[in-house]
Design a binder for this molecule. Structure first.
Ligand SMILES: [Zn+2]
Length: 104
């Protein structure tokens, strides 16, 4: 079950926040209200429109068997993508985007 905290943040499974990553063009979810199964948990400043999370979000995944690294900070509603990202937004800072309806 999920609900929207704002057009940019999905609240998922009663403890996770989800965002649409414009680098991966895919959803990322992080644990906020309790630790995840891998014992990871992030701090959130409570802002639904211009949120800040810490620490950084590191996602290792693969699409069509191609490994993808996505490493970012989310600060004041901006994605700060670090240089170790494998996607085209590595090293760039871009605004968070509304979650496309197709992802909900
Ligand atoms: Zn990503």
């Amino acid at each position: 079950m999920s609900e929207m905290l704002s057009p940019k943040i999905e609240y998922f499974a009663d403890f996770m926040h989800g965002f649409y990553c414009p680098g991966c063009k895919w959803m990322h979810h992080i644990a906020i209200d309790r630790p995840s199964e891998t014992n990871q948990q992030w701090q959130w400043d409570g802002n639904v429109n211009m949120p800040t999370y810490s620490p950084s979000v590191l996602v290792n995944w693969s699409r069509h068997n191609i490994p993808i690294v996505c490493h970012s900070f989310i600060q004041n509603g901006q994605w700060v993508f670090l240089n170790d990202c494998t996607h085209e937004l590595a090293g760039q800072t871009v605004s968070m985007v509304d979650i496309p309806e197709s992802q909900l």
